[in-house]
Design a binder for this molecule. Structure first.
Ligand code: AMW
Length: 149
């Protein structure tokens, strides 16, 4: 069954972890290899609107997902980021945490990753050619799913 991510319908093939209250999916336009997203199942727009049990599950899933993508993509650190509201850069109106494996020298200026997060999906809706193929995304999700079985 497809899951909702704001205005998007997400195919099960690109979801690699699902719990009672949260799910994790691969990104159609990753800023770095292994840039994935963790979301509550309930399509809530702002972080403040989540129930305590949803917050707890979201962060537990984020912790597990971070550990896996750091290992799988040979990172040595992680950036976790949430753009909570349009002025903070949120484009999809559904709470999501960006999980990004980091390694030495991946950005000339370390905090440039936040500039990239800000702009990487800005004109995205009009340029589907810059998205990864469904096949590529599904293949990545299949590999990541293996870590959670
Ligand atoms: W936000 O700018 O709202 O903090 O981030 C939205 C993220 O969701 C971006 O990283 C974007 O690439 C990603 N994204 C948007 N639509 C989809 C989709 N259908 N499947 C996977 N990732 C998506």
């Amino acid at each position: 069954m497809a899951l909702r991510f704001g205005q998007h319908l997400i195919k099960p093939s690109v979801v690699f972890l699902k719990t009672e209250l949260s799910f994790a999916l691969v990104n159609r336009k990753p800023v770095v290899p292994g840039h994935v997203l963790v979301c509550p199942l309930r399509p809530v727009e702002r972080f403040r609107d989540l129930r305590p049990d949803e917050v707890a599950d979201l962060f537990q899933v984020t912790q597990r997902v971070g550990t896996v993508v750091e290992k799988h993509f040979q990172g040595t650190s992680l950036t976790f980021s949430m753009q909570d509201g349009p002025e903070a850069g949120q484009t999809v109106k559904h709470v999501h945490i960006h999980v990004l494996p980091r390694k030495a020298g991946d950005f000339h200026r370390n905090d440039s990753i936040y500039d990239e997060l800000q702009k990487h999906d800005r004109e995205d809706e009009d340029s589907p050619t810059s998205w990864r193929s469904e096949e590529e995304m599904a293949a990545e999700a299949a590999v990541l799913r293996g870590y959670f079985q």
